[in-house]
Design a protein around this ligand. Structure first.
Ligand code: ADP
Length: 567
C-alpha cells in the first residue's frame, strides 16, 4: 500500500516537474516574442514620429518669414499704398524676409476692389531688386485662384464677431500662400498678398534633404520613404530609388493639411537591421532555452528512471535474501535430519545408511554450489575478483570440466555431445573463472530443458578468436528478454520459471567473468527450440596481429553478431 502510494507520488512529482518546465518554457518563449514585437513596434513608432517631425520642419520653414505677421497694425496700409505705392515698414520687413526665402519665388498684392481674374487688370508685383511694389498687368492665373480662396475665407472670418487678427492666411494647395489683409477697426478687407510657392525648391531643397537626414539609406534604416503626389501618381522624392512606390507595400501614410494636400509621405517597413538583430537574439535565446529545457527534462527523466530502477533492484535484492535463506535452510534441514537419524543409531541397516549418506552428500553439494554462487556475486559486487590469467588450451579446460561433471550430468539424465574443431589454440584465461562460466551455462541448460535433454558443447575458431558454445534444446528465451538476461536478478517471466529455482544471478556472474577475462558473450535463442550461449576469447597467438598485440583484453569484437544478442 505504502509502496503504491510512493510510486503514485513519484509519478505525480515527475508530472508536476515536467509541467513546471513546460509552463516556464512557454512563459519564456511568450515573453521573448512579446519583447521582440514591442521592440519592433517601438521602432515603427519612432519612424512615424520622425515623419511628424519632418512635417513640422516643413511647416516651420514655410511659416517662418511670417512670424509676428498676425499682430501687425494694418490701418495705415491703405493710405500708404495709395500715397507711395508702398507698404508700411513692418509689412515691408515681412516681404523682405519672404523674398529671401527660396521657397517663394513671386509676391503679388491685389487691392480688395480689384479682381485679378479679369485679364489686363492692374495689380502689384514685388520687385526683388528694389524691394518695392510695382504695378503690373501680367501675372499668373494662380493669383486669381489664390485670391479667390483667401477672399471667400476671409469674408467668412470677418462675419465672426470674435475674429481679432489683422490678416488671414490660406494656402492654395501647394501653389501659393495667400494673405487677406484686414482693417479690424472698420471690419473690412484691405487687399490680398499672394506668395507663389516654388514646388521644385520645396521638394529638392527642403523635403528631400530631410528624408535623407532621417531615413537614408533604406538598408540602414529598414524603411523606404516616398514623397508621393497621389493626384499625378508620381514620386517626388525617396530615400531608395530602387524601390518603386507601391500602395501594397505602404505601411504608414502621412497626409499634409491644406498646403501640399495632394502630397503624402508614405513609409514601407522592410526587415530593418534592428529587427534582424532582435530576431537573431530571439533565435539565440530560443536555442539556449531549448537546449537548457532538453537538459532539464533529460535530467529529470534520468533521475526518475534511475530512482525507479534502484527501487526495483532493492526490491529484487530483498526477495533474493528471503529466498536464499529459505534455500540454504532446506538442504541443511535434510542433512540435519539424516545425520540425527544416523547418530541416534536409529538407522542401522546398510542400505538405509547408504541412502542417508547419499542424501547428506547430495545436499552438501547443493549447499556448496549455492554458497559458491553467493560468494561469486559478493566478490564481483565488491570488485575483488582476482583474475589469474594463464595460457590454457581451451579444449583441455573444456574436456576437464566435462570429465569432472560427467556423473552429475548423467544423474540429471542429460546426454553430452562434444564437438571440438580446435584442440590446440591457447587463450589467456583464469581457470577458476572458466569453470564458473561453464558451470553456470551448463546449470542453465539443465534447468531450462524440459523435453530433449541434450547439451551440445562445441569449440571453433577463426584466425584471431576461439568460440565456445553451449547449446541446449530447452524452452528458449523470448526475443524481448534477450537483452536483459545478463542483468542481475533478471529472470524470464515464464511458467517454467516458477518451477525452476534460481535468482537471476548466474548469467550476470558469467558476463562479468567473461568481461574480466577479455572475452565476449553472445546468445542466440529460439523460443521453444533451444538456446546457444557462445563465449569468445582472443587467441593467445593471433594470426592477424604481431605477437606483442596479444594481450588479454584485446577481444575479437569484430565478429558479426547481427542475429544474436551480445551481452
Ligand atoms: P537463474 O538463476 O534464474 O537461472 P541466470 O542469470 O542464470 O539466473 O539466468 C537468467 C534468466 O535467463 C533465467 O531466469 C532464465 O529465464 C533465462 N535463461 C538463462 N539460461 C537459459 C537457457 N539456457 N534457456 C532458457 N532460458 C535461460
Amino acid at each position: 500500500m505504502k509502496i503504491l502510494r510512493n510510486k503514485a507520488l513519484r509519478w505525480v512529482l515527475l508530472m508536476i516537474g515536467l509541467g513546471a518546465i513546460i509552463a516556464l518554457t512557454g512563459m519564456n518563449v511568450f515573453s521573448l516574442y512579446n519583447l521582440r514585437d514591442q521592440m519592433i513596434e517601438g521602432e515603427g513608432e519612432r519612424r512615424i514620429d520622425q515623419v511628424d517631425e519632418i512635417h513640422h520642419l516643413i511647416r516651420n520653414e514655410l511659416n517662418s518669414p511670417f512670424s509676428g505677421f498676425h499682430k501687425i497694425e494694418l490701418e495705415p496700409i491703405e493710405a500708404s499704398i495709395r500715397e507711395t505705392g508702398q507698404f508700411p515698414p513692418k509689412i515691408k520687413e515681412v516681404l523682405l524676409r519672404v523674398s529671401q526665402s527660396k521657397l517663394y519665388n513671386e509676391i503679388y498684392y491685389t487691392p480688395e476692389d480689384v479682381d485679378p481674374c479679369d485679364s489686363e487688370t492692374m495689380i502689384y508685383i514685388y520687385d526683388y531688386e528694389t524691394n518695392l511694389m510695382k504695378r503690373t498687368d501680367s501675372y499668373p492665373e494662380t493669383v486669381c485662384d489664390g485670391v479667390g480662396i483667401v477672399r471667400t475665407k476671409t469674408k467668412i472670418q470677418l462675419n465672426d464677431l470674435n475674429y481679432r487678427w489683422n490678416n488671414n492666411i490660406e494656402f492654395d494647395s501647394h501653389r501659393s500662400l495667400n494673405v487677406g489683409l484686414i482693417n479690424l477697426t472698420e471690419s473690412k478687407i484691405i487687399g490680398y498678398l499672394t506668395f507663389l510657392i516654388d514646388d521644385e525648391v520645396v521638394v529638392n531643397e527642403l523635403i528631400d534633404p530631410l528624408i535623407e537626414d532621417f531615413f537614408s539609406p533604406s538598408e540602414e534604416s529598414g524603411v523606404v520613404v516616398w514623397l508621393y503626389n497621389w493626384i499625378s501618381n508620381e514620386t517626388l522624392a525617396t530615400n531608395d530609388p530602387s524601390v518603386e512606390y507601391d500602395r501594397s507595400l505602404v505601411d504608414y501614410v502621412h497626409r499634409f493639411p491644406s498646403y501640399f494636400n495632394n502630397w503624402t509621405i508614405s513609409l514601407a517597413f522592410l526587415q530593418s537591421p534592428i529587427a534582424n538583430v532582435y530576431n537573431a537574439t530571439l533565435v539565440k535565446n530560443l536555442v539556449v532555452l531549448g537546449v537548457a529545457v532538453l537538459f532539464l527534462v533529460g535530467a529529470l527523466i534520468f533521475m526518475f528512471v534511475t530512482a525507479q530502477r534502484e527501487r526495483n533492484l532493492a526490491q529484487l535484492q530483498a526477495n533474493f535474501l528471503a529466498n536464499v535463506t529459505h534455500e540454504l535452510k532446506t538442504p541443511l534441514a535434510v542433512m540435519q535430519a539424516a545425520g540425527e537419524n544416523i547418530s541416534d543409531g536409529r538407522v542401522t541397516e546398510n542400505d538405509r545408511l547408504k541412502q542417508y549418506g547419499k542424501h547428506i552428500y547430495d545436499e552438501s553439494i547443493r549447499l556448496r554450489r549455492m554458497i559458491e554462487k553467493l560468494l561469486d556475486v559478493a566478490r564481483v559486487d565488491s570488485g575483488e575478483v582476482m583474475i589469474k590469467a594463464a595460457p590454457h588450451r581451451m579444449h583441455d579446460l573444456l574436456k576437464k570440466f566435462l570429465t569432472e561433471n560427467q556423473e552429475y550430468l548423467e544423474s540429471k539424465g542429460f546426454t553430452v555431445k562434444l564437438d571440438s574443431r580446435d584442440k590446440s589454440s591457447l587463450v589467456m584465461i583464469d581457470e577458476d573463472s572458466f569453470e564458473t562460466i561453464l558451470n553456470n551455462l551448463t546449470d542453465n541448460a539443465i534447468k531450462y530443458s524440459n523435453g530433449v535433454k541434450l547439451i551440445h558443447y562445441s569449440l571453433n575458431s577463426d584466425k584471431n578468436d576461439i568460440y565456445l558454445s553451449v547449446q541446449d534444446q530447452g524452452i528458449g528465451i523470448p526475443k524481448k528478454d534477450l537483452r536483459s538476461i545478463f542483468n542481475k536478478f533478471f529472470r524470464v517471466e515464464d511458467s517454467l520459471k516458477a518451477k525452476t529455482k534460481g535468482h537471476g544471478l548466474g548469467l550476470s556472474i558469467v558476463k562479468n567473468l567473461v568481461d574480466l577475462n577479455g572475452g565476449e558473450i553472445i546468445v542466440k535463442s529460439v523460443l521453444g527450440k533451444g538456446t546457444t550461449f557462445t563465449v569468445i576469447f582472443p587467441k593467445l597467438i593471433r594470426e592477424d596481429y604481431p605477437q606483442r598485440h596479444n594481450k588479454v583484453g584485446q577481444t575479437g569484437k569484430n565478429i558479426n553478431k547481427s542475429t544474436e544478442y551480445a551481452g
